[in-house]
Write a protein that binds this ligand. Sequence first.
Ligand code: SF4
Length: 410
Amino acid sequence: MLESQNWIKTENVSDADLIILNTCAVRAKATDKVYSALGRIRRAKKESALLGIVGCVARESGSDAFRRIPELNFVLGPQSYHKLPEIIKNPETKLLNIDLGGLEKFDELPQMTKSPTVAYIPIQEGCNHCCTYCIVPYTRGRELSRPFDDIIQDTINAAKTGAIEICFLGQNVNGYKYTDETGNLYKLSDLIRETAKLPEIHRIRFTSSYPTEMTDDLIEMFGIEPKLLPFLNMPIQSGSPRILKMMNRPDNLDNYKNIVKKLKSVRPDIQISSDFIVGFPDETDEDFEQTLNIAKKIKYINSYSFKYSPRPHTAAAMMSNQISEQIKTVRLQRLDSQLNENQREFNTSCIGQEMMCLCEGLDKTGRHLVFRTPYMQQCIVEKPNTKIPPLQKIKITDANKASLRGELIK
Ligand code: SF4
């Protein structure tokens, strides 16, 4: 959008005429970082440069952001990015736009003229699940799904302009549901089926999924659509039904395990990743042991683990029995060590296998190419002398907990 108005990128803050911080409010640490970055930027920027924040911290802070950082020119919530051209035209006015509007921004944002090999396509925003620790329903509002045809148009455009992989995005991506004017209902499985017809697209994935929205039609797609990668992020957050209840998350672990079982039966090579929160209010040692057990049992790979941090406007922030930082730190270390062990085990099991991998570019040394396997592992390969297509068959030759080594199959 800005490029179409002849703005060009600079790497140097002191050269910039416009500085925008795109922000995330999901954890307290991320929010704190926004304000310390703003403090650094306001000292380094040209006096005339416009400065703004967009995204969830903007939505959460509202007008308080202007009080904390008087140099700010605009504060735009996640549904208002498309207002940028208007703001740039009127640099004198301070603009606060944190309304939870609809999805109009997608109609206003121009189509990309060049896509990266992995195109991230938002299909829905917001979330109707009110997990008691989560700020997303407050910053992003209720769930809204984009029209099916608009999304397919975006995937066609991405395919025609260089994308090889499509990653569908949404806070509750598998909750995607869109009914058109004639009453036809479209779900995520329909988007996958339609996207897989594009010859340019070889890999499809989606994130982030809610366990109970893994409906049978979607599970079946893993069995019938080879372009859908055998890798799924399906956060469990905790292995304790008591804590899951307090989190207002699905607390029937048998149902969760049953979904994993069904996925494995249609796609035996599928791997599951999860997000975990340790140190949720009132979490006992016993609750935490249940989390460790499930991490071990399901053998999650590529997972994310965090210490619980109280977020404004959430029920969990008001709960008694908040856990001390010290206990959270110990629990996080123990969980991370289990998750690392899972990863090391899985990576080692890949040695000797041949996999189609997608090139991400050169590593820092410039002597190796970095690829992504179908399970999102990083695989390092010696750079060949000739130019190669981005999708390559690679034989895995070595592994550690962080990455794989491989060689191109001629
Ligand atoms: S499902 Fe995810 S986005 Fe929605 S409230 Fe829960 S944690 Fe937040």
